[in-house]
Design a protein. Structure first.
Length: 290
């Protein structure tokens, strides 16, 4: 039987005096992620085809996203599930980036992909299953491209923060943290969204901390509510899955927002941000997207 232990917060962990002190602004292509604004990274779980990616990308851009997401090599629990388009996606990714003016955030699952991805994307995503892949983190530390470091499925905040040091000690401190839900005893949702961790991480690192409400709850109808709660609580942004036809998505269709859901969410996010004296991050078309 599991013992339930009531613990005091870890008082020995170094805390910075306030959230606003020395917070880092991370430049990602032609936009920035920081605590001053709220950054929205949106797109499909997986890039499935040129038509699907372009349609989603144009729609999320029109609704106010400042970066695109889209998996190329997927980390699926089952090896029989769709593994991503792989290098075929590079035939049309530059065109989608050019047409939208938005940079791409995509997951790097193997250090050998780094050199290849470098000329196509604006930010490397390290997935939850790779947070402890220190060989990968060290290789990303040798690049200057920003890294979105997702929290491991069962990682302590302390382990998540220590993982950033594998990247920064190589010379790359362009890091953004992402809370994407953790595994707990609860099975009624895909994972358990840990908003506590967002608030604590923001006092313990200078890096921006964003959320992934899609993977955290895994249920489409609830994704917007988590996103709004996180924006109200001061998260620095979100990465959210959007699909033009979620019923037929090749991965994570259950949690994907439709294009219309996303546009509605963005209207409400703007109201929350206005009430908390912030606004959406924007792109600077004069800057390089990569
Ligand atoms: C994803 O972003 O599609 C993904 C697989 O996320 P995570 O690594 O958080 O599971
Ligand atoms: Mn996904």
């Amino acid at each position: 039987m599991n013992m339930v232990v009531n613990r005091e917060p870890d008082a020995s962990a170094p805390a910075r005096s306030s959230v606003s002190d020395n917070m880092k602004t991370v430049r990602v292509g032609n936009t920035t992620i920081s605590s001053k604004n709220f950054s929205v990274i949106a797109g499909p779980c997986s890039i499935e085809s040129e038509a699907q990616f372009l349609k989603t990308a144009l729609a999320v851009k029109a609704a106010g996203a400042s970066l695109l997401r889209g998996g190329i090599w997927k980390m699926r629990t089952s090896s029989k599930s769709f593994q991503g388009l792989g290098s075929e996606a590079f035939n049309f990714i530059p065109e989608v980036i050019r047409k939208t003016g938005l940079g791409l955030v995509t997951e790097v699952t193997d250090p050998r992909q780094i050199e290849f991805l470098d000329g196509f994307i604006s930010m490397y995503q390290v997935g939850a299953r790779n947070m402890y892949n220190y060989a990968l983190l060290k290789e990303l530390g040798k690049t200057q491209k920003p890294v979105l470091l997702k929290r491991g499925l069962s990682a302590l905040v302390d382990e998540w923060i220590k993982a950033t040091e594998y990247i920064s000690s190589g010379g790359n401190d362009n890091i953004v943290l992402c809370e994407r839900g953790i595994r707990t005893f609860e099975t009624s949702t895909r994972f358990t969204f840990d908003l506590n961790a967002v608030l604590v991480a923001k006092t313990r690192t200078p890096y921006p901390v964003i959320v992934d409400p899609s993977h955290a709850i895994g249920i489409r109808e609830h994704v917007p509510k988590l996103a709004l709660a996180a924006a109200a609580a001061g998260a620095d942004g979100m990465i959210v899955e959007v699909h033009p036809d979620p019923q037929n998505a090749l991965s994570d269709g259950m949690q994907a927002l439709t294009i219309e859901d996303f546009a509605n969410l963005m209207i409400r996010i703007r109201k929350i941000l206005e009430a908390t004296d912030r606004s959406l991050s924007v792109t600077e078309p004069t800057l390089s997207i990569l």
